[in-house]
Every structure is written in C-alpha cells, then in structure tokens.
Design a binder for this molecule. Structure first.
Ligand SMILES: *[C@@H]1O[C@H](CO)[C@@H](O)[C@H](O)[C@H]1NC(C)=O
Ligand SMILES: *[C@@H]1O[C@H](CO)[C@@H](O)[C@H](O)[C@H]1NC(C)=O
Ligand SMILES: *[C@@H]1O[C@H](CO)[C@@H](O)[C@H](O)[C@H]1NC(C)=O
Ligand SMILES: *[C@@H]1O[C@H](CO)[C@@H](O)[C@H](O)[C@H]1NC(C)=O
Ligand SMILES: *[C@@H]1O[C@H](CO)[C@@H](O)[C@H](O)[C@H]1NC(C)=O
Length: 417
C-alpha cells in the first residue's frame, strides 16, 4: 500500500519534472507588472487617446477632436491634461549594461524601438525615471547616431548606443537602443515605466535599428520566433503581478482550446484582417483591419465606425444599463471573439462611460489591453500571423505561474550541477 503510494508519487513527480523541463526549455517568461496606482479617469482616457493618436499619426501635428461629451477637455491638450497619460497598466523589467542597470519598460507591440532615458537627459520627464549611464557599463559601445521618435507635438530624442540588454534572463549582446537625452511633450514624467521596448516589425523601427526580439532570434537565445502575452485583467488589488510576456512560445495552460490564427496583412504594426465586427445584431464592418497593440489599453475604432457605435450606445451610459447593452463581437478567421459590455464600458464609482474610442484618420481598429486581457495573444514572427484564444481564468492566478518560474529556476540549476 505504502509502496504503491510512494511509487505513484514518484511517477507524478517525474511527470511534473518532465512538464517543467518541457516548459522551461522552450519558453522564457517575464512577469508583466501592473501599475498599482492605475486608476482610469475621464482625463486619463482622453490623454491615452491622445497618446495613441500621436503614436499612429506621427507626422500630423495639429490636433482636432470633438467627440460629443469630452469636448471641453479635449479641445486643448496641455501637458497637464496628459498627466495620467502613461499611467498604463502593464510593464516589466529589463536591464542594460554590465553591471546591469535596471529599467521598467512597456512591452509595446505598436512600435519597434527600445529606448530608455539617458543620464544626460535634462528634460523634466526624465527626472522621475531611471537613467542609463554608459560610463558605468563595461560592455557599452558608442554609436552616436541621432534618433528621434515623434509623437505629434512631442518627441523623444537622443543618440543611439549599444550594450548588452537582458530580458527574461536572456542576454542580448550588442543591442542598439535609443538613449533619450530629451523628452518633450510626451508626458513620460508621470509614467510608471522608464522607457519603451518595441515589439513591432523591424520596418517600423526608427534609424533601421534591429529590434531586440530580432536579436534574440539572431543570437539563438529563443527557440522559436514567437512571443505571446497573457495579461491579467481582474481587479485592481495591490498586487504588482499583471500577467506575463513569454518569449519563444506560448503556454497552452494559460488559454482555453486552440489558438485561432490570422495572417499578418502588413508587416509594420501587428496588423491583420478580421471577418467582421458586430455589436449585438448590428454589423459595424466587414473585412475590417485591426492592429494588436499591447501598448494601448483601450479599444479604438475607425471614426466612422465609432459614430455608428455612438448611435447604439451613448458616451455616457447608466451603469445600471450595462447588462442590457449589446455584446461586441470580433470575428477572426471565422471564430467569434466577444467582449461583453461590462468590459467595454468603463466604471469609476458610479460613473460609467464607453471604453471604445477613436483616433482620426485611422482606418483600422486597435485592439488594446481590453482585448488582449481577455484573449491570450500570440505574435508569431516566423509565420507572420497572430493567434488568439480565450484566457484560461482557472489557471490565471499569479501564484502557480510564479511557482512554475521558481521550478524553472530549479530545473536550470539542476542542469548546471
Ligand atoms: C468637429 O466639429 C466641426 C464643427 O464644430 C464639424 O464640422 C466636424 O465635422 C467635427 N469633426 C469631427 C471629427 O467630429
Ligand atoms: C491651450 O492652453 C494653453 C495654456 O493654457 C494656451 O496658452 C493656449 O492658447 C491654448 N490653446 C488653445 C487652442 O486653446
Ligand atoms: C549605429 O546603429 C545603426 C543602427 O543599428 C547602424 O546602422 C549604424 O551603422 C551604427 N553606427 C555606428 C557608428 O556604429
Ligand atoms: C545574425 O545577423 C547577422 C548580421 O545581420 C548575420 O550575419 C547572421 O547570419 C545572423 N545569425 C543568425 C543566427 O540569424
Ligand atoms: C475577479 O475577481 C473577483 C473577486 O476577486 C472574482 O469573484 C471573479 O471571479 C474574478 N473574475 C475572473 C474572470 O477571474
């Protein structure tokens, strides 16, 4: 009896070890953190829309917005009105240099450069953040080429530098990145993170710099040309765990069923074509374009579609009406991906408002964290496709993932011995 028990325990242990070994060999996990002070306000939504607008319309400089209810604040984007701008939910840690200098970065699939503030940055927006000091790094290599990323009226500029960049314990040798010596009008001052880690296609990269994920592949640090995001969406408890970014694969325990794939339609943003978007029984568009952007928290619709949505649901809604509102459905490769009203309506205290916005001049949807938080998203660079599946909320708990991370550490240690 006892020996059978022990025997089966051993078998279970071996099976577990096998699983851990399998999981650890292929994938590298970065815990994604969630901002503890993240509070979504009307002001932050306007500010975020402005940020996204700047990101996708970098060449236009005049701003015009007159959405029905927010026109008073939206008519003049002062720096103050953007103070919550970068208070997004999700970011994680990387290090640069030898010895390592640590930075918090937003893993942004909507851009393709890595940049962090420089110790030489005198802009106010750099002050609250960690700053890179090349003089402290023995692996620093000068480059000196000027770089500038324009965000409408704001910009981040400085010089390119090259150094070792460590992400999820993987050391990228000779990664070139932007060392920002000026940040103006970007309102990064208040951001919970220091810089941006772009994960878009290299064609988007300023100065033709090879994005870090490409170098991870090039240096054979990940097995597969794939990364994926699992974002924790529930609650605003003071836990900093916010999900994870997995480099080199997808973790099937974090989603339900199979990933549904859509080919990338333009290798710039992670852009793809959806079959349709419907709201209840109304079709909003057919064969519509979308971009999967972890650096945006909202859902953004093309302006004409946004107006259609407003004809069904006003900007201001009564919180009590939420259960009777229609479900938003994105049909991708024949499969419906639903966003229920409680997720596309933003609630703060007893105020409810539409969490769908628009940016002028775009003809594509932007599926931000509202979508990615509900649907595990795989970015498959090797096959130029995106995969989506509902997150597995049963396993969507911080503790098991951190335990797995610990087991991976143990496994690696055992391998070294
Ligand atoms: C903004 O308002 C002006 C008039 O106040 C109107 O002509 C224009 O169509 C509006 N534009 C948008 C994008 O709402
Ligand atoms: C925006 O606000 C600034 C500062 O308050 C002011 O100087 C400027 O004239 C305003 N611009 C517009 C278009 O209202
Ligand atoms: C600086 O980096 C850019 C982008 O990677 C590269 O094209 C250029 O050759 C580098 N210049 C120097 C001087 O290393
Ligand atoms: C990495 O990039 C270099 C230069 O672009 C290239 O010569 C090399 O073959 C690449 N290595 C791999 C493993 O892709
Ligand atoms: C979110 O958290 C609440 C309270 O902790 C829990 O009741 C609910 O089931 C959670 N929802 C999901 C989708 O995990």
């Amino acid at each position: 009896m006892t020996s059978t028990n022990t025997h089966s325990k051993t078998l279970v242990l071996l099976a577990l070890l096998g699983l851990v070994a399998g999981a650890c060999a292929a994938m590298h996990r970065i815990p994604v953190r969630r901002s503890e002070k993240f509070v979504r306000t009307r002001q932050s939504i306007i500010a975020e829309r402005e940020h996204i607008w700047r990101k996708y319309n970098p060449v236009q400089s005049s701003l015009s917005t007159n959405s029905s209810s927010s026109s008073t604040t939206a008519s003049n984007y002062s720096i103050e009105s953007l103070e919550n701008l970068m208070n997004f939910q999700y970011f994680g840690s990387i290090s640069i240099g030898t010895p390592p200098q640590t930075f918090m970065v937003q893993f942004d699939t909507g851009s393709a450069n890595l940049w962090i503030p420089s110790v030489n940055c005198l802009s106010l927006d750099c002050f609250n953040h960690r700053q890179y000091f090349s003089g402290d790094s023995t692996t620093y290599q000068a480059n000196g080429t000027a770089f500038s990323i324009t965000y409408g009226s704001g910009s981040v500029s400085g010089i390119l530098s090259t150094d070792v960049v460590t992400v999820a314990g993987l050391q990228i040798v000779g990664q070139t990145f932007g060392e920002a010596t000026a940040e103006t009008g970007t309102s990064m001052g208040d951001a919970t993170f220091d810089g941006i880690f772009g994960m878009g296609y290299s064609s988007l990269a300023v100065d033709g710099v090879q994005p870090p994920f490409y170098n991870l592949l090039n240096q054979s640090l990940v097995d597969a040309p794939v990364f994926s995001f699992y974002l924790e969406t529930n609650g605003t408890q003071a836990v900093s765990y916010g999900g994870e970014l997995i480099l080199g694969g997808s973790d099937a325990s974090l989603y339900v069923g199979n990933l549904v794939y859509a080919p990338v339609s333009s290798q710039t943003y992670w852009q793809f074509q959806m079959d349709a978007v419907t709201m209840g029984s109304n079709t909003l568009c057919s064969n519509c374009l979308a971009v999967a952007d972890t650096g945006s928290s909202l859902l953004i619709a093309p302006y004409d579609i946004y107006l259609m949505i407003l004809s069904y649901i006003s900007q201001e809604v009564s919180c009590a009406a939420i259960p009777s509102l229609p479900t938003l459905t994105f049909t991708i490769s024949g499969v419906p991906f639903q966003i229920p009203p409680r997720e596309y309506i933003l609630q703060e205290d007893n105020d409810c408002s539409l969490g769908i916005d628009y940016i002028e001049g775009s003809d594509f949807w932007i599926l931000g964290d509202t979508f990615i938080g509900r649907y595990y998203t795989e970015f498959d660079l090797g096959n130029n496709r995106l995969g989506f599946a509902p997150v597995n909320s049963a396993s969507a708990l911080a503790a098991p993932i951190f335990q797995l991370a610990a087991l991976c550490g143990l496994w690696k240690l055992l391998n070294l011995l």
